[in-house]
Design a protein around this ligand. Sequence first.
Ligand code: PLP
Length: 401
Amino acid sequence: MLTNRQLFLQHLGQTSSAPMMLEIVSAKGIYMYGPSGERYMDLISGVSVSNTGHGHPRVVEAVRNQVDLYMHLMVYGEIIQSPQVKYAERLTEFLPPDLSSCYFVNSGSEAVEGGLKLAKRFTGRSRIISFKNCYHGSTHGALSLQGSELYKNAFRPLLPDTFQVDFNNVKSLDFIDSKTACVIVEPVQGEAGIIYPENDFLLKLRERCTLTGTLLIFDEIQTGFGRLGHMFAINRFGVVPDILLLAKALGGGMPLGAFISSTEIMSALVSNPPLGHISTFGGHPVCCAAGLAALNVIVDEKLAENCNPKSDLFKNELSHKLISEVRGEGLLMAVKLSNKAYIPYVISHAPELGLVLDYFLFCDNAFRIAPPLIITEAEIAEACGLLKKLLDDAEKNVKIR
Ligand code: PLP
């Protein structure tokens, strides 16, 4: 009989020659467990998804209750489904008044597609601007925006009239003009290695978009739901977009995305043509129930407020000869090492010490730390002790030329 490991390689489509290959049979809180009881501390949250930890009892209960009532009923937008309505109402309480209309979809990439279509439809323009080293997803439209040729060149032709300009360079904003439908930006660039906007860049971007009638889209798929120490980056930077994109932690561990705008802008999808975006499973009721429960946990357990003190703990503990910088606020951090040659060793050997870490797509000299926001002070101390041991091992075993 083949093992799960063999079956994984034989029957699941692979996109990497070196997948992590950890077999997990259960997960609780910040830990994931292997078949022989191995325990791994999850320091990446399934890439910024499990903000309330694995299997939070309130999220699990919400899922169970909703499964008992109903699962899929009808394609998005026809039947009044109480989990969608309740979640949209609660979510928009945390957003500025102009972000009051939520279109729920299945994933981050679909939220990006919906946001782009909405901007084109509302403005009647086609040009889309994004930033170098951005990441907005892997579908054709989202891939067209990507700020790195590496992952997109082989899939051309992609969406026409898309341009990438420099993040944090005010001069690049001159490129936004009356032909531009939208500019899409991660308020903090994630896959670029946690790059913050400098010198009011987001404010200037907002001003230029307003001046040219261009819609500003914030992709908060990775930064949302408390991860930066605020519920959303909108609160951190005080800049309000025309369209907000959410996913990842939005579903509390279930697949869910959303593009959110004003009722006026959103109404552009209703006519000429009608059904401007169609999604069979968008806003699945079980996912919305899970997301609502997770959002309430974030609020009730003050997870966003406690994020920065926890980030400070990591930063205080993480002093090591190999670490040249720990970048980022809240629990979205990039640990930069003195030489990028250490990174593959550190990430691939982390599980041997009971840690799960990950790469950034466009930053090869740092690794990611983005644990569930429920991580405790004692767990942070333990994680940092193990990380330092891992770095000692890397120093011993990696030959630097
Ligand atoms: N936007 C950002 C900022 C992301 O980090 C991601 C995923 O990593 C996406 C969009 C795409 O989301 P998904 O993988 O759910 O399609």
